[in-house]
Design a protein around this ligand. Structure first.
Ligand SMILES: Cc1cc2nc3c(=O)[nH]c(=O)nc-3n(C[C@H](O)[C@H](O)[C@H](O)COP(=O)(O)OP(=O)(O)OC[C@H]3O[C@@H](n4cnc5c(N)ncnc54)[C@H](O)[C@@H]3O)c2cc1C
Length: 402
């Protein structure tokens, strides 16, 4: 699918207005389709058609390859805007961007990956991610499956137990052991085009929330060129770009969900205020809780923005990027953001009361709550905390405000 703007030879908008484009798609397409996509657990196809038509899938790609070279903060903002209208759409968009960021950060030296980035822009290709594997769970730094090499061709069979929007994607980026004799942690990342793989469904995705991400289980069988494997080992890709980008963009999605839930709470308190007699002097129901939740949202935003800036700075210093302290900070962002988002949506429910508990009406926050409850599980916080605990003990204690 070629974006309309590209087809017509029209210049895509300047970076400053991509937010407006996303806001329009969120309001006109994602929001009206979100309930049906959630109820039926189906991919939000119209939303992604609109994103493609507006050229929103290749924004991060360097200008030399046809993209807009949009920075992480702007991409994070776009994820939040979309997630406010439909949490699942926001998460799919974020997962695509996370994979694209690995291509941008680690694929510029190889012709295969440069060509892929050009195609992501020109054909608006959607990228899915396969790290989770049966028997391993959320530990993306270990694989069971292994690449088999024959000359310049490789093959892979992976039990991908959770693989979002796999049947809708044009590209799957998968982790695997470097070879059958390699250790589980000696992994590579391979970019597979749709013509390279077959998918056999092994598990349904009938979940509490994030239903329209269609994160079903599949047996992934692929044959591809050896040049489709990224030259850098996966552990370096993970440390230097993927984990930090994932934690920032997931957090942005959860921020968008929490923001929309709280805006509904805000609207409900204002509606209550309008119904009050003009001489009403008591405390406005819900207002104090709304104020408290707004303070939490503000803290969430400051923390997220600070971590984005921290990451942008670290990108110029490979030692910092690979340091224990940077890993601790980015792990802490994920744990903080996922807990805070749940907390804020729960507060929004307390403010809106039964109107928020209803599945219909303007103050409903049921879908927000169900979607955001996936946040602490999406690579389990307990797993991340266990990993961080080891790093904290090994690292230096940081008390500096500079
Ligand atoms: C909406 C959504 C979309 C997703 N999309 C994809 C996708 O496209 N591709 C993909 O590859 N994956 C995807 N995932 C999977 C995700 O990234 C995690 O891998 C998965 O959620 C972890 O699954 P798990 O809870 O079964 O496994 P585990 O991580 O093994 O956790 C199982 C349980 O064990 C506990 N546990 C595990 N390790 C420790 C530890 N060290 N210390 C203490 N407790 C521990 C956890 O707290 C948890 O209770 C998605 C998940 C969600 C929610």
């Amino acid at each position: 699918m070629i974006p309309n703007a590209v087809k017509q030879g029209v210049d895509l908008p300047e970076a400053a207005s991509w937010r407006d484009v996303m806001q329009r798609i969120a309001t006109d397409v994602a929001s009206p389709n979100s309930d049906l996509a959630d109820r039926t657990a189906t991919f939000p196809a119209q939303t992604f058609e609109a994103l493609r038509c507006s050229g929103m899938l290749g924004l991060m790609v360097p200008k030399s390859l046809g993209g807009q070279e949009l920075g992480l903060r702007k991409i994070a903002d776009l994820c939040a805007v979309l997630a406010g209208a439909c949490g699942a759409s926001g998460m799919v968009y974020a997962m695509h961007q996370i994979k694209l960021s690995s291509l941008v950060a680690h694929g510029m030296q190889t012709e295969y990956h440069r060509a892929l980035m050009r195609d992501v822009v020109a054909k608006q290709l959607l990228i899915a991610s396969s790290t989770t594997e049966a028997g391993i769970g959320g530990d993306m730094r270990i694989s069971n499956c292994a690449i088999e090499m024959t000359g310049d061709r490789v093959s892979l069979i992976k039990q991908a137990s959770v693989l979002s929007y796999a049947t809708e994607a044009d590209i799957i980026m998968a982790t695997a052991r470097r070879g059958p004799a390699s250790a589980g942690s000696d992994q590579v990342l391979i970019a597979l085009r749709r013509s390279d793989y077959q998918l056999q469904r092994t598990a349904e995705w009938n979940t509490l929330g994030m239903r329209a991400t269609c994160s079903e289980g599949f047996l992934l069988t692929a044959t591809a060129g050896a040049d489709q494997i990224f030259p850098k080992p996966f552990h370096e890709i993970a440390v230097q770009s993927m984990l930090a980008t994932a934690h920032v963009l997931w957090s942005s999605v959860w921020f968008g969900i929490a923001t929309d839930a709280l805006s509904r709470a805000h609207a409900s308190v204002r509606a209550t205020a309008r119904r009050m007699p003009s001489d009403f002097a008591g405390p406005l129901p819900g207002a104090a809780r709304l104020a408290e939740a707004t303070a939490k949202l503000q803290t969430f935003k400051s923390t997220l923005v600070a971590h984005i800036e921290r990451f942008e700075t670290a990108k110029h210093d490979e030692d910092d990027l690979s340091s224990i302290n940077f890993a601790i900070e980015m792990n802490n962002l994920k744990v903080m953001a996922s807990n805070m988002a749940v907390d804020i949506v729960r507060e929004a429910l307390m403010v809106t009361g039964i109107a928020g508990y209803r599945n219909d009406g303007p103050f409903s926050v049921g879908r927000h709550l169900r979607d955001v409850l996936s946040a602490p599980l999406m690579v389990a916080n307990d797993r991340i905390l266990a990993n961080t605990a080891g790093l904290v003990v090994a690292g230096r204690f940081d008390s500096c405000l500079e």
